[in-house]
Design a protein around this ligand. Structure first.
Ligand code: DQA
Length: 142
């Protein structure tokens, strides 16, 4: 089985983007971490990133056909996108939301998550390791 792992805007810049908040791991490092965690559960991953809301929505719709679960770090779209919320509401496979930082402990505009309202689980504030935890949770839920 394959997990679709989606990353939203600006996460392509991980490693150099506000490392005091997001750490020094690059998105490629996180992909390796996820692949390793998935392999431990006999799963494979399809790991993607886009800066575009509509592209993320197309990928969520694609995940409805044959993917075992969705792990998503929607980045700033977490706090703005009813469209992502609606797309995730249409899927019957498990959805796990991941944030590297803990948005609840940051600016007030990060406190609302439209994605969290439709996710089976949310992992926040655990850095890159949160992705590996999300993979383990996905393995349990599928
Ligand atoms: C983030 C938190 C969001 O508030 C922010 O817009 C991001 C990254 C995180 O992983 O901590 O881009 O999703």
């Amino acid at each position: 089985s394959t997990l679709m792992i989606l990353n939203g805007p600006n996460l392509n810049l991980l490693g150099t983007r506000e490392p005091e908040i997001y750490g020094h791991e690059t998105l490629a490092d996180i992909e390796s971490l996820c692949a390793k965690a998935a392999a431990e559960h006999g799963l494979s991953i399809d790991f993607r990133q886009s800066n575009h809301e509509g592209v993320l929505i197309d990928w969520i719709q694609e995940a409805r056909n044959g993917f075992a679960a969705i792990i998503i770090n929607p980045a700033a779209y977490t706090h703005t996108s009813i469209a992502l919320h609606d797309a995730l509401k249409t899927v019957s496979i498990p959805v796990i939301e991941v944030h590297i930082s803990d948005p609840e402990k940051r600016e007030a505009f990060r406190h609302q998550s439209y994605v969290g309202l439709v996710a089976n689980r949310t992992i926040s504030g655990k850095g890159a390791a949160g992705y590996a935890e999300a993979v383990a949770i996905a393995a349990k839920l599928i």
